[in-house]
Design a protein around this ligand. Structure first.
Ligand code: NAD
Length: 481
């Protein structure tokens, strides 16, 4: 059985407790690897090694860091097939998605921040005739990156790359549900010649390893992506210690469709924004509001296209919808489908577990589900489900749909489909979301600020925002003679 190991002080090591947990392939329901059940002692070991490494790495030249990060990017690119297969097996996502989106994005993350640090400038302010101020952006020291299971290597590297580029030493914790590509990344970092202790990857449960990170006095900043409740717990522990926090949390994103939109483009994209990665993307639009004049046509076409999606073995080329990441998550999604029925929802398609044949007979599959007949305020429309489940609702006026859209505690992203510039202006000004896509979805430019408002988090990732987060600003004022 493949035994995943921690990456501490430049070496692959067992957890100090020697305890391991099962890693389950969601497509087969069977254990296929073992994950270190690490605890606070492993986090302390990793932190001590990061402390040892931080002076040299923090003072290293930008050119040196650039070269190492670019080397890591090259090696991820070289191993794209191996990593995509590992990601698909670990997470249940279609192999085509891992090959075309997840792993190439991990390459881009390293390339982007390797080069971004070269352009990360600071300011000077002159008090005319009196003094000059200049501002330094110094690495924080030892920082932590905690990531979720939905886009495993993609979101893991989205945090690690800027942290390293800015000159920090990192304690990184991937999700215990999808640890495999983070483990493969440790081997790549060793091959790339990343100095020991600069990146430490510690596997294990959030309640042990994650908590130990929040509590550790020498970890000065935490960049976290995951659920809102977990973010709240981290903040509870870390905020009184004055740790810097970047929290990318849950969402319940509205997809607002007006009758004047480009219908074909909208329909094609809405299928993706509803069900890509089994609906397990924080940016998926799970509440779809359609102008009443278009509602009937949209409903017919959307249901037809959704029914044609192939739920199947993620390794097969033709599969659109792979496995749900875990049994526990499958149960959670099914419980929300039951709740929707109780709340008066009508299941237009899906709504069931899918039983496949052969090796996949025990896998965790759910057919893509569309529900109508619910109010915007019911629990199904207020709580994050994070699966292949969307609701559709008609609306009559702009004011009405804006109220619906802004009615949840979340504010991560929103999607708007319309041909009217005036309407685009009105909505983009008033929608409560950190990211708004107009006539598109998930078009990403890595330079743009990424993050949510309200209970979807605090702080922004992306571009120089990430480099700002991973540095401390120091102002120096020199009086002229
Ligand atoms: P989660 O909060 O359960 O876990 C995320 C990570 O936090 C994991 O590595 C986990 O082990 C760790 N963790 C758990 N408890 C912890 C604790 N007490 N202290 C420190 N770390 C702890 O989330 P998940 O189920 O892995 O991911 C799904 C959630 O992530 C959804 O809510 C989704 O919306 C959100 N998400 C948000 C974004 C975004 O950019 N805003 C992106 C992807 C996913």
């Amino acid at each position: 059985m493949n035994k995943i190991r921690n990456y501490i002080n430049g070496e692959l090591v067992s957890p100090l407790s020697k305890k391991y947990m099962d890693n389950i392939n969601p497509t087969t329901g069977k254990v296929y690897a073992l994950i270190p059940d690490s605890d606070a002692s492993d986090i302390d070991l990793a932190t001590q090694s990061a402390i040892q490494a931080k002076k040299e790495w923090g003072n290293s030249s930008i050119e040196y860091r650039f070269k190492i990060l670019m080397k890591i990017a090259d090696l991820i690119e070289r191993d794209i097939e191996t990593l995509a297969l590992a990601e698909s097996i670990d997470n249940g996502k279609p192999l085509t998605l891992a090959r075309n989106i997840d792993i190439p994005r991990a390459v881009s993350n390293f390339q982007f921040f390797a080069t971004a640090i070269k352009h990360f400038a600071s300011n000077a302010h002159e008090l005319t005739g009196e003094a000059i101020n200049y501002t330094l952006k110094k690495p924080i020291g030892v920082v932590a990156c905690i990531s979720p299971w939905n886009l495993p290597l993609y979101s893991f590297t989205w945090k690690i790359a800027p942290a390293l580029a800015a000159g920090n030493c990192v304690i990184a914790k991937p999700s215990e549900i999808t640890p495999m590509t983070a483990y493969l990344l440790s081997k790549i970092c060793m091959e790339a010649g990343l100095p020991k202790g600069v990146l430490n990857i510690v596997h294990g449960l959030g309640s042990k390893v994650g908590n130990a990170i929040s509590e550790h006095i020498d970890i000065k900043a935490i960049s976290f992506t995951g659920g809102t409740e977990t973010g709240r717990q981290i903040a509870k522990t870390a905020a009184p210690m004055f740790k810097k926090l970047s929290l990318e949390l849950g969402g319940k994103n509205p997809n607002i469709i007006f009758a004047d939109c480009n219908y074909e483009a909208m329909l094609k994209t809405t299928l993706k924004s509803s069900f890509a990665n089994q609906g397990q993307i924080c940016l998926c639009g799970s509440r779809i509001f359609i102008e009443r004049t278009l509602y009937k046509k949209f409903k017919t076409d959307f249901v037809e296209k959704t029914k044609a999606l192939i739920v199947g073995d993620p390794l097969m080329e033709q599969t659109d919808i792979g496995a749900i990441v875990s049994k526990q998550h499958q149960d959670k999604i099914m419980s929300y489908i039951e709740l929707a029925k109780k709340e008066g929802g009508r299941i237009l398609c899906g709504g069931e577990k899918v039983k496949l044949d052969g090796d996949n007979a025990e896998g965790f599959f759910i057919s893509p589900t569309i529900i109508e007949g619910l109010s915007a305020s019911c629990r199904t429309n207020q709580e994050e489900i994070f699966g292949p489940v969307v609701t559709i609702m008609p609306f009559d006026t702009e004011e009405e749909v804006l109220n619906y859209a802004n009615s949840t505690v979340y504010g991560l992203s929103a999607t708007l489909w319309t041909d009217s510039n005036a309407r685009i202006n009105r909505f983009t000004n008033t929608l409560e979301a950190g990211i708004i896509w107009v006539n598109s979805w998930l078009l990403r430019d890595l330079r743009t600020p990424f993050g949510g408002v309200k209970d979807s988090g605090i702080g922004r990732e992306g571009g120089f925002h990430a480099l700002e987060f991973f540095t401390e600003t120091k102002n120096i004022c020199i009086k002229y003679e």
